[in-house]
Write a protein that binds this ligand. Structure first.
Ligand code: SAH
Length: 390
């Protein structure tokens, strides 16, 4: 196995279990190494620090998946045992009424470059590096052993090109048309092929349950509703009325399919295909009890933070201004580059402009199957606030 030696002093982050090693930290790169190769990471004194996947073109040259001072064999058994442990842990987090979860959450599960979401008997797999791409056949074998028979690959990110792999998506097993799963006893359709992320936003599970528990007899507006996650929970918990807003006709169509499947025809739900900014501008004042704002990432890079600030501020300002006195706002940002403190500052600025008292009832994050590593701050992307507006 090839060795990647680090410059003096650059071993610290690896000792602290940060999985990324940037090219500047590396003393010498072995000859004839290719992207995806598994390498040993050693410090300046040749002391073993761990094992990682090598990437030739990416700024992140090594993604460490095992931190150890003792040599071990990275063979099929290694991966199998690792996945088994993750599988058992993730399954232990589920209740009987839920059969969808994030099995592998990349760095959060010490499996950088790999995401696997399970929807009932279907897995949606994202291999984001050459390193994890080569594990696909073994991963499929593992999934079969857990009764996950349908495998869809969604590795369509452009960064793969840098690893010498053509981005691709498609069924690895026979095509399946209708994928339904249960989350807390609610049935959802998963738009595996055309949907966002792996087809559904599993990371909001706990937040949906919380909103559900507060929805009884309330008028709820679910803005950026996608396939209706929050709306379905509110309806199940006897909301007086639910309004779901999304700019995507396809998302709203699936949302209505979800409602039909769970409740049949309803008279207390309204879906609106509209731009959220427009809808919020015209949102009725003093009528809506509970608003959910769960927009897509407004900033994917540092350079977009200024524009994202204005976007987040605008939607939150409108909601804070118009929500009923004593009402709740659930507001989220999934932009990794907008940290919790900055998001809080944006909400502060919006509330100042709205000139209303606001309480922070709870700070919210991603569900536990999306847990990040304490050593990898970059893994915390979803942040939210449960606010009460007086
Ligand atoms: N809350 C959802 C996930 C939201 S994803 C859940 O729990 O499942 C973000 C959604 O915002 C997508 O469905 C996308 O179609 C929608 N969207 C993006 N820009 C929008 C805009 N300007 N107005 C309304 N909806 C928008």
């Amino acid at each position: 196995m090839k060795l990647v030696q680090l410059n003096k002093g650059r071993e610290k982050t690896v000792i602290n279990r940060h999985p990324w090693i940037f090219s500047g930290a590396i003393k010498n790169i072995p000859e004839e190494i290719s992207s995806g190769q598994i390498i040993q990471v050693v410090d300046n004194q040749n002391q073993l620090l761990g094992y990682g996947f090598f990437s030739k073109e990416s700024q992140i040259s090594v993604r460490v998946f095992e931190f150890t001072h003792l040599p071990i064999s990275i063979d099929e058994n290694y991966w199998w045992n690792k996945w088994e442990k993750i599988w058992n842990f993730k399954k232990s987090l589920l209740n009987k009424e839920t059969n969808a979860f994030r099995f592998i959450h990349a760095e959060g599960d010490q499996m950088p470059g790999l995401i696997v979401d399970i929807y009932n008997h279907t897995a949606v797999i994202q291999t984001l590096t050459a390193g994890t791409y080569q594990l696909l056949p073994l991963l499929q074998k593992f999934l079969y052993s857990r009764n996950i028979f349908n495998h869809y690959e969604k590795s369509d990110t452009k960064v793969l090109k840098k690893e010498g792999i053509t981005p691709r998506k498609g069924w690895l097993t026979e095509k399946i048309n209708d994928i339904w799963f249960q989350e807390n006893g609610i049935s959802f359709y998963c738009d595996v092929e055309e949907g966002q992320k792996t087809g559904f936003f599993l990371d909001q599970k706990n937040n949906r349950a919380l909103v559900g528990s507060l929805s009884k007899n309330k008028i709820v507006a679910n803005i950026f509703a996608y396939s209706g996650g929050f709306s379905l929970y509110a309806l199940k918990n006897h909301a007086k009325k639910v309004i779901s807003v999304d700019s995507s006709q396809r998302a709203i169509h699936i949302l209505e399919k979800n409602i039909e499947k769970n409740f049949g025809k309803l008279t207390n739900h309204v879906s609106v295909v509209a731009d959220a900014f427009e809808w919020l501008k015209n949102m009725p004042e003093n009528e809506i009890d509970l608003v959910i704002l769960d927009p897509p990432a407004f900033a994917k890079h540092q350079s977009a933070v200024g524009q994202a600030y204005r976007g987040y501020k605008e939607i939150n300002l409108q909601a804070i201004k118009k929500i009923i006195s004593g009402g709740y706002l659930f507001t989220y940002s999934c932009s990794q580059v907008i940290g919790l403190e900055l998001f809080r500052k944006i909400l502060f600025d919006a509330a100042c402009d709205a000139n209303r008292p606001v309480r922070i009832l709870q700070i919210l994050g991603q569900s536990e199957d999306h847990a990040s590593s304490l050593f990898h701050l970059e893994g915390d992307y979803l942040k939210g606030f449960w606010l009460q507006i007086e």
